[in-house]
Write a protein of this length. Structure first.
Length: 173
């Protein structure tokens, strides 16, 4: 294999010399892709743990997802005994909150009277119109979202998500 690689390089160098080209390929410049804003991994993990601890104190087995501003999953934690449905729900709530730029509890109320919004939710089974998804912000800039799913009563999911946010809010950058 090593001999083959050397032979290929030799052929490439000879062809480049014959064509009066540089012997090594020159990569085309690529624009740097900016990193998505989001909570630092340690803060995302801390928020998720706080949400799980808060829900455990009220005997709720939940899952918590934290996503960055691009919707990339940073953290997914599930308490012992959490259901697969709760895991999916928490992730969907985080992404829904981020997509619509508001808490899912607000969306749950809006869906009741806004037919266009209700149609969007009906068209995408991944959207969650139940409380438990909240935004992470620095000043007015959205940097991600937290979603909690699996509690008996989505208002409990939201309370746990808010506890996670409150734990880290002052350290978000």
């Amino acid at each position: 294999m090593k001999k083959l690689a050397i032979a290929v390089l030799a052929v490439f160098a000879a062809a480049a010399q014959a064509a009066d080209l540089p012997a090594t390929p020159v990569a085309a410049p690529q624009a740097a892709v900016p990193a998505a804003r989001g909570p630092a991994l340690d803060l995302a993990l801390e928020a998720a743990r706080e949400a799980i601890t808060t829900c455990a104190a009220i005997e709720q087995k939940v899952a918590v997802s934290v996503v960055d501003s691009a919707g990339v999953l940073k953290v997914l934690l599930a308490s012992d005994g959490a259901s697969a449905r709760g895991v999916l729900s928490g992730n969907n709530k985080a992404v829904t909150s981020l997509t619509f730029k508001t808490a899912t509890s607000v969306l749950a109320e809006q869906v009741k009277t806004d037919k266009a919004l209700a149609d969007k939710f009906a068209a995408n089974p991944n959207y969650a119109a139940r409380a438990g998804g909240i935004l992470l912000k620095v000043n007015d800039e959205i940097i991600g979202a937290i979603g909690v799913g699996g509690a008996r009563g989505s208002e409990k999911d939201e309370a746990c998500a808010l506890a996670g946010l409150q734990k880290i809010q002052g350290r978000l950058q």
